[in-house]
Ligand binder design. Structure first.
Ligand code: FEO
Length: 168
């Protein structure tokens, strides 16, 4: 495969793998703070990201490139509160969306239509993920601290309709 596209896909390998670790770190924080529901949602999210990570690895190798497994920087250990944590999730997903968009743009200039086709699934996925996190943030704005217990109990039912999976 074209070296420029291979490098961009390898950059995405790192970003998807980091996303998985980031959500694991958030899940661990939530579990420690006594929010098992939020932790379960984040653990499921981490699994989704691991699937994205693997999809990029396998795609690069399938096309004759070499998927490189990188070192990951350590995600933050502490989060201010649940609201701030989900703000961070949205910010991160927006970053991932722009990162995918950059590769899509490169596939057009490099005329790599196979990779363009491969990326279509991710474009759709990112729209769903951002929407799902926005729904959570909207709901969190409506609940006070005392209702956080109920929110925590119910969050796992907030799944993306298209996949039936927790959004990732
Ligand atoms: Fe795989 Fe949520 O970006």
């Amino acid at each position: 495969m074209n070296k420029k596209i291979e490098d961009l896909c390898n950059r995405q390998v790192e970003r998807e793998g980091y996303s998985s670790n980031l959500y694991l770190a958030m899940a661990s924080w939530a579990e420690n703070k006594g929010y098992p529901g939020i932790a379960a949602w984040l653990y499921a999210q981490a699994e989704e990201e691991r699937i994205h990570f693997l999809k990029f690895i396998k795609y690069i190798n399938e096309r004759g490139g070499h998927a490189v497994i990188p070192a990951f920087k350590q995600p933050p250990v502490e989060y201010k509160n649940v609201q701030k944590l989900f703000d961070e999730v949205l910010k991160h997903e927006q970053f991932i969306t722009s990162s995918i968009n950059e590769i899509v743009a490169a596939t057009l200039t490099e005329k790599d239509f196979n990779t363009n086709n491969f990326l279509q699934w991710f474009l759709t996925e990112q729209v769903e993920e951002e929407a799902s996190v926005r729904t959570i943030i909207d709901k969190l704005k409506m609940v006070g601290a005392e209702s956080l217990y109920i929110f925590d109990r119910d969050i796992i039912t907030l799944r993306t309709p298209a996949t039936g999976q927790a959004a990732g």
